[in-house]
Design a protein around this ligand. Structure first.
Ligand code: AMP
Length: 939
């Protein structure tokens, strides 16, 4: 009779597996009160009890419950497909998905075991309608890449735990592209995140870890207490970088550019780039050779070398780095892009960037977001960067918990570009190796950024002289007792019979012997590097700004080029005002009207292109120009298509690239610095929307542009166009903070120029690339002068002129009558000119200083020496007294003036010192202008 009930139960889909307990509960209720369960259940339980009664056997309720259970088990084994099973199958699929999404939150990532790991509800069976009772049930694996179609729930969970919750925590499910998500699933699940590495690979890992640890120990013993920002606790970084480089070689890349802050830098320089340890020791001992500049501390130094990989020789470049932790990231991007462009590589396959970050800086510093944001834009993409976070879980002395960030992981910022993130426990070297391989493969396949979060620790303090347990006592209690990753891994390999203690010691001894000899320890280092792999800077070494180039250009050629860049394809519909600009340019070429700024600038680029140089111009809205003067990119009014006339000049080999930048100054300027310090033959220009926006990039100006050559011997021909001029627009859009650039000027580090005519900008831009000198050029560029009727030039000025550091008086004023000399820079000249004309004064000469630094003392002297009867000299500026050129230039003015007439003094005429750069009220602005112009003219 029982069979009858069992049959019924078998037909009752809800009676299986996890629902047994539910049925039991209902049955208990039924026993207490028949009415408390639904009619269907009542019938069912009735039939059970009645059924047992008809067998004449007294069947206990316990037995009935046991039947429920057995029946459920039987159903699982027989694999009968039921609705219940199907529901559970859905639960299994949900569970698999949950592991992919949130498995990383359960992974064992922290070698110290301190990482806060909250319970993840989605990873529990009950969350998906499953229970332990289902563990032996066979389910379809469906999307899982475990290599079999069905598996028991236990097998599935074990596999998922192994894949997603052991030493690797993979975050990739936030990526929108299903293709990419599937790629990760396939790569991780097919080996359950544990590829079986052979002995050779394991011994290779062993060797890298041994080198990483031994170097730190060696330096620590030899130079106790000396700052080296050691890698102890994060030694696994070395196998990662090593693997990435090997992979880059396999993908036939020719160069790898690395950017990193100080932690572990010496280790990477010695163990990856093959810097000779003798040089490093000399740096520790303070006996290293230094050039003419200030030099920099050893843990900021860059380095270059070539190493052999399975795919051939690869050039490695470690970027020089200031102490500002993250700023090197966009510099590296710029350097990589320059190298890729040289190879005409549009996909990023030939050069790979690797950037090594600290956890606190990665989550804390805004330039990280800016750099990530640029990674897929036209102007800045480099085919994907591999970011490595040396996550030692403490920022100097600031703890991760509560203070260092608001997000769970330091890497969360990378999700801004959907970058996959591979967290990995640094004490599991094989997991580390696996994520390195994945990262490289992903980068080359999808051309996008990827992040490796190497969760490690810092065995010592922030530096070697620092005691960390004062601020992180619990963490350091654990660290003290923790064996190093190398010692853990060598024990593992000994256990696996891949090596033995004697062999381990031999390896260490051999490595130390190399260090003692001062040799390079990198076996793959190429002794005679292929120089063709990198740019040749030798033609640019050893020049001073006195070596002017010839910036003249054949007039007929200029005219021809102008006609070329003033024509657009047949049918191209120009916007009305733009058409007027183009028509006017043609008139300028034909000498029907005077040359204006936009035309002269465009001709400068055209002539530079013709002379074999590429031009790269970026910045916010540069295509049109903030003040609508450039129109280098034209837009068809019917189709929206863009046409860049300078890209269609005849007889040019190199490219004209112009990109509107995304709304960043810091990363963008750093990128252009990186580009310009890598490629000496491209004219690289960054234009600020307004000059004061350069404030946002002050770190780049201070720590790279003005001091990079001095600190690191890196030349840089970058040009900055910074719109500057007091035109009543208020405190924010008037000043490019000229005073800051002048204050940073020393030892001829940069050129600061304030051109006031179209011919001046033509020759200034040409001079910057034509002469071999590569030094940054900072241009206070105009706004209203772009259209000022007096600020014009002739085609002859362009063809036959040069850049004048000083422009002498231009009007026919008799020198002997001149008793008053006004010196000035920039647009204020035109106000002075107008006022002098209005006053009819014949005793005033006005001389413009167009290059404020390096100060052209001889040129100024030559411009004023004809004025023998001078009585008064005035420096007139539109900026307030505490700003502009006055304080940093007056000694130069005085030198030139007193060289001419000893007793002369230089007086100031300008706005009173002011906290804000300019007045916000137009009436006040005009009043101030009138007053100081009057003061300059009339005294
Ligand atoms: P890199 O490819 O950046 O490693 O540079 C290769 C070599 O070119 C360096 O070792 C330097 O000798 C030289 N070099 C690269 N960039 C510059 C620069 N901006 N100024 C001077 N020399 C450079």
């Amino acid at each position: 009779m029982q069979e009858k009930y069992i049959d019924r139960m078998q037909r009752t889909s809800h009676l299986s597996g996890g629902s047994v307990s539910y049925v039991e509960e209902l049955y208990e209720q039924y026993l207490e009160s028949k009415e408390s369960v639904s009619e269907e259940w009542r019938d069912y339980f009735d039939s059970l009890v009645n059924g047992s009664a008809t067998t004449d056997q007294d069947i206990s309720h316990q037995q009935i419950k046991q039947q429920f259970f057995e029946l459920a088990q039987k159903k699982k084994v027989s694999g009968t497909v039921s609705l219940e099973h199907e529901t559970k199958q859905v639960g299994v699929l949900e569970l698999i998905e949950s592991y992919r999404v949130r498995g990383h939150q359960k992974a064992s990532l922290d070698p110290l075991g301190l990482m806060e790991r909250r319970q993840v509800a989605d990873l529990k069976l009950s969350h998906h309608g499953l229970s332990d009772l289902d563990l032996s049930t066979q389910f379809q694996t469906q999307t899982l890449y475990f290599g079999k179609e069905t598996a028991t729930l236990k097998e599935i969970i074990d596999g998922l735990n192994k894949t997603y919750c052991s030493s690797i925590g993979a975050e990739f499910m936030h990526i929108v592209s299903s293709r990419e998500k599937k790629w990760f699933q396939q790569r991780l699940e097919s080996v359950q995140s544990h590829p079986a590495y052979d002995k050779e690979t394991k011994m290779g890992l062993f060797d890298r870890l041994m080198a990483a640890e031994s170097l730190e120990k060696y330096l620590g013993a030899k130079y106790p207490g000396a700052k080296r920002f050691g890698l102890e606790g994060g030694e696994s970084l070395i196998p990662i970088v090593d693997q990435l480089i090997q992979k880059a070689g396999m993908y036939e890349s020719k160069e790898v550019v690395i950017g990193m802050a100080h932690r572990g830098r010496l280790n990477v320089l010695v163990n990856i780039l093959g810097k000779k340890t003798g040089i490093l020791m000399a740096e520790f001992e303070g006996t290293a050779e230094h050039g003419l500049g200030s030099g920099d501390v050893k843990y900021h130094q860059g380095y270059s070398s070539n190493v052999m990989t399975p795919g051939g020789e690869v050039h490695l470049a470690m970027a020089f780095n200031p102490s500002h932790l993250e700023i090197v990231s966009p510099v590296v991007q710029g350097s990589v892009r320059a190298r890729q462009n040289k190879r005409k590589d549009k996909t990023g396959d030939t050069v790979m960037p690797i950037i090594i970050h600290g956890d606190a800086a990665f989550s804390g510093q805004g330039v990280v977001m800016e750099t990530l944001q640029m990674s897929q834009t036209r102007a800045y993409k480099t085919g994907g960067t591999v970011h490595i976070i040396v996550n030692n879980q403490v920022g100097f002395t600031t703890s991760r918990k509560d203070d260092a960030r608001s997000t769970e992981y330091c890497t969360d910022v990378a999700k801004v570009v959907e970058a996959p993130i591979l967290h990995v426990n640094a004490d599991d070297p094989e997991a580390v190796l696996f994520v390195s391989q994945l990262a490289a493969d992903y980068r080359y396949k999808f051309k996008k950024d990827i992040v490796i979060d190497l969760v490690c620790y810092r065995r010592r303090g922030h530096n070697e002289a620092d005691e960390p347990s004062g601020t992180q006592p619990l963490m350091y209690n654990i660290i003290k007792k923790l064996p190093s990753v190398f010692s853990q891994y060598s024990s593992q390999l000994i256990e696996e019979n891949h090596t033995n203690t004697a062999e381990v010691n031999q390896h260490i001894e051999a490595y130390r012997a190399k260090l003692d000899k001062g040799e390079s320890v990198v076996k793959t280092l190429v002794d005679n590097p292929d120089k063709a792999l990198f740019f040749d800077w030798t033609p640019h070494l050893g020049h001073t700004w006195h070596s002017d180039g010839d910036t003249t250009y054949d007039k007929q050629e200029l005219v021809k080029m102008a006609h070329e860049f003033c024509s657009v394809p047949e049918g191209f519909a120009l916007q009305r005002q733009v058409k007027k600009v183009i028509d006017d340019r043609l008139k300028m070429a034909n000498e029907e009207i005077a040359v204006n700024w936009g035309f002269a600038e465009t001709l400068a680029y055209a002539s530079i292109l013709r002379q074999g140089h590429a031009v790269r111009l970026t910045g916010q809205d540069v295509g049109r120009g903030t003040f609508s003067h450039r129109h280098a990119a034209l837009h068809d009014q019917k189709t929206g298509e863009t046409y860049i006339p300078l890209q269609h000049l005849s007889n040019i080999e190199k490219t004209f690239k112009i990109y509107d930048s995304f709304l960043s100054e810091l990363a963008v300027l750093a990128f252009e610095y990186g580009y310009a310090t890598t490629n000496p033959s491209t004219m690289v220009i960054w234009e600020a929307q307004f000059g004061d926006f350069a404030n946002g990039a002050q770190i780049v100006i201070d720590q790279f542009i003005t001091s990079g050559e001095h600190k690191w011997g890196r030349l840089c021909g970058l040009t900055l166009l910074l719109p500057h001029g007091y035109e009543g627009q208020g405190p924010e859009h008037s000043s490019a903070r000229l005073e800051r650039f002048l204050q940073l000027s020393a030892e001829e580090n940069i050129q600061v120029c304030v051109p006031t005519t179209p011919a001046q900008i033509f020759h200034l831009l040409r001079r910057q690339i034509i002469r071999p000198l590569r030094r940054p050029l900072v241009v206070m560029s105009p706004k209203s002068l772009l259209r000022h009727k007096e600020a014009v030039s002739s085609m002859d000025d362009l063809a036959n002129g040069r850049f004048h550091n000083v422009i002498p008086e231009i009007e026919s004023i008799k020198p002997e009558k001149v008793t008053r000399l006004i010196l000035c820079s920039g647009r204020v000249y035109y106000d002075l000119l107008e006022n002098r004309r209005a006053s009819g004064a014949e005793h005033i000469a006005i001389v413009r200083i167009e290059q404020l630094y390096p100060f052209p003392e001889d040129d100024l002297y030559n411009a004023i020496k004809q004025y023998k009867n001078l009585e008064t000299v005035v420096w007139c500026q539109e900026e307030p007294k505490n700003q502009g050129a006055w304080f940093s230039t007056r000694h130069h003015l005085k030198d030139a003036v007193t060289r001419h007439i000893k007793k002369l003094k230089v007086h100031f005429a300008g706005r009173e010192a002011s906290a804000a750069p300019a007045a916000g009220y137009i009436a006040l602005h005009v009043k101030q202008l009138k007053e100081f112009i009057d003061q300059a003219i009339n005294g």
